[in-house]
Write a protein that binds this ligand. Structure first.
Ligand code: NI
Length: 426
């Protein structure tokens, strides 16, 4: 993904406009970079340990225990293992006695049901389970940031809360962010930051964006009921496959005919099941699929449209429709000021030419729940490295993370944290 140089100029302008570099905010930059370098070996070791010992969604028990003990040794307080009645997830705090604002940093912890094929010396030791999305890197980066922040504790003008979140990958209402929030993870928190390693972006680059970054991710299901019969006598049956065909072709008219052409949505059919013989008209057809959008109004409109098309296409062909729409994840919408703050900090850490605006993606991410509640921003960290052969996409059995960018990313999280606390306090 190319980063236009115009964007770097834009960030410079924004920084001047917001007087970002005034005062002592940047006194800490050199300290943070020095510490990141000092801890780089440790950060990479953590990441490789997590990679070798992946755990699935809501099963991150050993991962949680290790993180909690590391944070305790760094001087973190109020450490809680487990959240919302689950045994996994870690919440910890720094500077609990200090006055001032609180900033939260979040990393997700879970791996995927994928059999690893990288052949790495630190490949997964847990058959059929792999950190194929890079959450191992997220944890190591946040631990690195935690270490750096703990060493500048005395000069932190506020509090830090770390959220190691279980179950980002489960893709349904069982995801980890929402129960964590309901359990008080964001109480008294003023802003939250997080990142995802991003394979399409070249290693060492950071992508940022104001407003919508990632889409809502919803699931819909439709059961069409007719009346089964002999394939030779359709007039004696009510054929649900005919209704399914009309539904599938009409459903795309939401995007092409109902939605403002300058707005975005996608509807896909992922599953269709009907019948089991060549000469029998089935009783029913089952369909399910996804719908993705960036705006609440578009999200409601697509739900309404799918429901209407399902009901009327079935009615027109004498079938009945049972339609359900499940709102799984809201869109991930960055607060513009928080996104710019992170972009400015990133420029200091990665270099101005390596920081740029990233296009939004229709993939979903449950960091969105945090951003629904409080201001904050989510960033994409480039880890793709063709020279090293790291060219496989997320969730692929050969997916790899470039370890060389982890320590700088810890520095980025630490500087973003410091900058927010400093500006807020002022
Ligand atoms: Ni992920």
């Amino acid at each position: 993904t190319e980063i236009p140089s115009k964007t770097a100029e834009a960030v410079q302008k924004v920084r001047r406009a917001e007087a970002f570099n005034r005062g002592p905010a940047y006194v800490m930059k050199d300290f943070i970079l020095r510490k990141a370098k000092e801890h780089e070996g440790q950060i990479i070791t953590w990441r490789r340990h997590f990679h070798a010992h992946p755990e699935l969604s809501f099963k991150e028990e050993k991962t949680s225990a290790l993180i909690a003990s590391l944070l305790e040794s760094m001087g973190y307080e109020n450490i809680r293992i487990g959240t919302a009645g689950r045994p996994t997830g870690v919440i910890a705090e720094l500077n609990t006695s200090s006055e001032g604002p609180t900033v939260a940093l979040r990393a997700d912890m879970d791996a995927l049901p994928v059999q690893e094929e990288t052949g790495l010396p630190f490949a997964s030791e847990n058959p059929g389970v792999m950190h194929a999305c890079g959450h191992d890197a997220h944890m190591a980066i946040l631990l690195g940031a935690a270490q750096i922040l703990s060493e500048m504790k005395e000069s932190l003008p506020g509090k830090v809360r770390l959220l190691f979140q279980p179950s980002e990958e489960s893709g349904e209402i069982t995801q980890g962010a929402l129960p964590m929030i309901e359990d008080g993870a964001l109480e008294d928190v003023d802003a939250i930051f997080g990142l995802h390693v991003w394979q399409p972006l070249e290693s060492g680059r950071l992508g940022w964006r104001e407003g919508p970054l990632m889409a809502s991710s919803d699931r819909w299901t439709l059961t069409i009921r007719g009346k089964g019969g002999h394939g030779a006598a359709p007039h004696l049956s009510i054929d649900p496959t005919a209704a399914a065909g009309h539904f599938i072709s009409m459903v795309q008219t939401f995007v092409s005919r109902e939605l403002d052409p300058l707005k975005t949505a996608v509807v896909s059919v992922g599953e269709m099941k009907a019948g089991n013989a060549f000469n029998i008209i089935p009783d029913s057809v089952y369909l399910q699929g996804t719908a993705r959008t960036f705006e609440p109004a578009v999200r409601s409109a697509v739900e309404e449209s799918l429901r209407r098309i399902a009901s009327h296409s079935c009615e027109a062909l004498r079938c009945t429709a049972e339609f359900a729409y499940h709102r799984n994840l809201p869109p991930t919408v960055n607060d513009p000021a928080m996104a710019r703050l992170g972009a400015c900090a990133a420029e200091e850490i990665f270099g101005a030419g390596n920081v740029g605006e990233t296009p939004p993606t229709m993939v979903g991410e449950d960091f969105s729940y945090f951003l629904e509640k409080i201001p904050g921003a989510f960033f994409f960290l480039g880890i793709g490295n063709r020279e090293k052969g790291y060219a496989y996409p997320h969730h692929h059995p050969k997916f790899q993370v470039d370890d060389g960018v982890l320590a700088l990313s810890s520095a980025f999280e630490a500087l973003t944290t410091y900058t927010f606390l400093f500006q807020k306090k002022e």
